[in-house]
Design a protein around this ligand. Structure first.
Ligand code: NDP
Length: 312
């Protein structure tokens, strides 16, 4: 069956695109539990979202995503939990392969977001201590560390969110950042830095992770003096940014990616390939907010529906 529009993703960009293009009956490929984020994207791994307009007292990230899912569902749109493995284009048609099958479509909106980055230093690998005290999601794994000592690596807003969440669970939370200046919102750095169990350790770089069956300590290097120090921790969380989820484009459509593997799209969310649109964190290295993703999704949804209406 030839689809009008396939929307890939299930975060704010994807659902906003779906709501605005519901008149062309899109199918939404939400993604499965492969990789760092499951369906719903990064908001499902966060806690209180205090800057999404319309929620003056904040809203929990997973609740916001459930609401968006329900909103798209109210249009009776088709949604599946498939993960896209490849997209190709031939004779003006898009061929989308997933872990469960394949689709043909007139147009595609990519809203696959980004995934939490990990640091590759000795001891942190899959066959070493990864998931044995090392994680990239405090909201998902934090409860394992009740009454324990943990550290968060990073100095941006993600690291602050992780630190705040962990401060409610662990007895001690070290935030280890490679510079003395934080990239995160200054008001949050100040507020969280005052928590009785949060301590900032700067400027330090993670060298390695150690432990027998579970993380026991990390080795840190002072960025200025080069001095090494061992820090006893039961848990370590990476909060060092994100990489766009675009692996499935590399085989056939790598020309729409920039040097950091983000999709290049113009202000109308149009890529170099006619009929292919991108929105949200997969094309945004600057703002990366739920509301900007939703805004871009709106534009992509309107533009895709317009594009389809121009086809014979
Ligand atoms: P950022 O890119 O903002 O921050 C990443 C942090 O990790 C930086 O402090 C960076 O250090 C550090 N880092 C990166 N690579 C390494 C490395 N190899 N070794 C050690 N440290 C490293 O990413 P975030 O995910 O924090 O934020 C992304 C965007 O999302 C931002 O715009 C942010 O504002 C937004 N956001 C907003 C939230 C909110 O509540 N409103 C919550 C979370 C994110 P350095 O500073 O030295 O480069």
């Amino acid at each position: 069956m030839l689809e009008n529009l396939i929307i890939i993703g299930s975060g704010p960009a994807a659902y906003s695109a779906a709501i605005y293009s519901n008149n062309v009956n899109p199918i939404i490929l939400r993604g499965g539990y492969i990789g760092a984020n499951g369906p719903g994207g990064q908001l499902t791994t966060t806690t209180n979202v205090d800057n999404y307009p319309g929620f003056p007292t904040g809203i929990q990230g997973p609740t916001l995503m459930e609401n968006m899912y329900q909103h798209a569902d109210s249009y009776k749109l088709r949604q599946t939990m498939e993960t896209v493995t490849k997209i190709s284009k031939s004779n003006g048609r898009f061929y989308v392969e997933t872990d469960e099958g394949s689709y043909e479509a007139k147009s595609v909106i990519i809203a696959t977001g980004a995934s939490a980055r990990r640091l590759n230093v000795p001891g942190t690998g899959e066959n070493e201590l990864w998931q044995k005290g090392i994680s990239a999601c405090a909201v998902c794994d934090g409860f394992f560390f009740k009454g324990k000592v943990v550290c968060v690596i990073g100095g941006g807003d993600s690291a602050m969110v992780e630190a705040e969440h962990l401060s409610l669970i662990a007895t001690k939370v070290y935030v280890i950042h490679r510079r003395n200046e934080f990239r995160a919102r200054p008001d949050n750095v100040e507020r969280i830095g005052k928590f009785h169990n949060v301590e900032y350790l700067t400027p330090f770089v993670l060298q390695s992770a150690h432990g027998k069956d579970h993380l026991e300590y990390v080795k840190l290097k002072h960025s200025e003096t080069g001095e090494l120090m061992d820090l006893k921790v039961d848990g370590m969380f990476f909060g060092i940014g994100h990489d766009p989820n675009t692996q499935f484009l590399k085989a056939e459509l790598s020309h729409i990616l920039d040097g950091n593997s983000y999709i290049i799209a113009n202000e109308r969310m149009i890529t170099e390939e006619p009929g292919l649109f991108a929105c949200g964190d997969v094309t945004d290295q600057v703002y990366r907010q739920a509301v900007t993703a939703a805004g871009m999704g709106c534009i992509a949804g309107i533009e895709a529906a317009k594009y389809i209406s121009t086809l014979k």
